[in-house]
Design a protein around this ligand. Structure first.
Ligand SMILES: [Zn+2]
Length: 311
């Protein structure tokens, strides 16, 4: 079990989602009040997360709280199950996501529509989080927990309830999906733009906000830390616009949506295969989901673009 160190008292666990490495990373921060976990991942990979803690001589009994960047199942799915077993665990989440953690019926119904019978296999159980454990964030606050200080920013674009956390002492920004998917050490960034919240302009504002933080390091959930912050943020901004434009063009081609999404997927998967070394292809193939991202950007154009922009 690998538990790489990012900085002083800061490390992460590969939860080995679906048995693959480098798909979902959970950040771990040591504080005097206990451990903080940034995005615990889904319930199906909870045993691996637990093993990662044990490898460092820790357990969930030592966890003070969960910093959720957003409530999508690949980031926050295990939250309710963790709190059910360890009722002392505190949950930090944006206000607009908090209500779905407390009352997950709507969240689960919409996930059920997407994943159907695969819900249990892909994600596992999702339990409600008791309101008493939930700390609602708006962005802009400073959290002081066990001698460590974290700045919180509201970073929508990928999800309307997305926040990012800056640990100023180590210069590490935990930014969920705001800088897309990028496997640590690989100079290739893939936007993650599934329905229903994608909004290109606010996403750019979120990227600008991360730039203004001037972090030394970005930590993305998919997957891990990177130190070339300026390049990474420029690249997600460029790739987001590139994908948005490709999807906008595809909406003018007279085909059905499933054909458009499939074509976009095939082109992007072929590009990945061409540019990526075989040793890093699997995480991109498993987590980069161009087909789902096509639907997210198509929804964005149909909902928000002016008639002029739609062509
Ligand atoms: Zn994600």
């Amino acid at each position: 079990m690998e538990t790489p160190t990012i900085a002083d008292k800061t490390w992460f666990i590969d939860v080995e989602y679906k048995g693959y490495d480098r798909l979902i990373a959970c950040g771990v921060l040591e504080t005097d009040a206990g451990l903080l976990l940034v995005d615990p991942g889904p319930t199906v990979s909870l045993a691996t997360l637990e093993a990662g803690l044990e490898a460092q001589g820790a357990s969930f009994a030592d966890v003070h709280g969960l910093f959720l960047t957003h409530i999508h199942l690949d980031h926050a799915g295990a939250t309710g199950v963790i709190v059910d077993t360890y009722p002392h665990v505190q949950v930090y989440v944006h206000r607009r996501g908090a209500r779905h953690m407390i009352n997950p019926e709507r969240l689960l119904a919409s996930a059920q529509r997407i994943y159907g019978d695969l819900m249990d296999v892909l994600w596992g159980a999702f339990l409600p989080t008791p309101e008493a454990n939930v700390h609602m964030l708006d962005g802009g606050e400073t959290l002081e927990i066990g001698g460590r200080v974290f700045e919180v920013a509201y970073t929508p674009g990928h999800a309307i309830h997305h926040v990012s956390y800056l640990d100023r002492a180590t210069g590490t920004a935990f930014i969920g999906d705001t800088a897309g998917m990028r496997v640590m050490g690989v100079p290739y960034v893939v936007p993650v733009t599934p329905p229903p919240d994608i909004h290109v302009e606010t996403w750019h504002e979120s990227i600008d906000l991360l730039r203004a933080w001037q972090p030394d390091r970005l930590f993305v959930t998919h997957f891990g830390p990177s130190d070339d912050v300026a390049w990474h943020l420029d690249e997600i901004a460029r790739r987001l616009d590139e994908w948005a434009e490709q999807v906008r063009q595809s909406l003018l081609d007279g085909r059905e949506d499933d054909a458009r999404a499939r074509a976009f997927h095939n082109v992007e998967m072929a590009v990945m295969k061409a540019v990526l070394d075989p040793s890093v292809r699997t995480p991109y193939e498993q987590m980069g989901q161009p087909e789902a991202s096509w639907y997210g950007l198509a929804r964005y154009w149909r909902k928000f673009a002016t008639a002029d922009e739609r062509g």
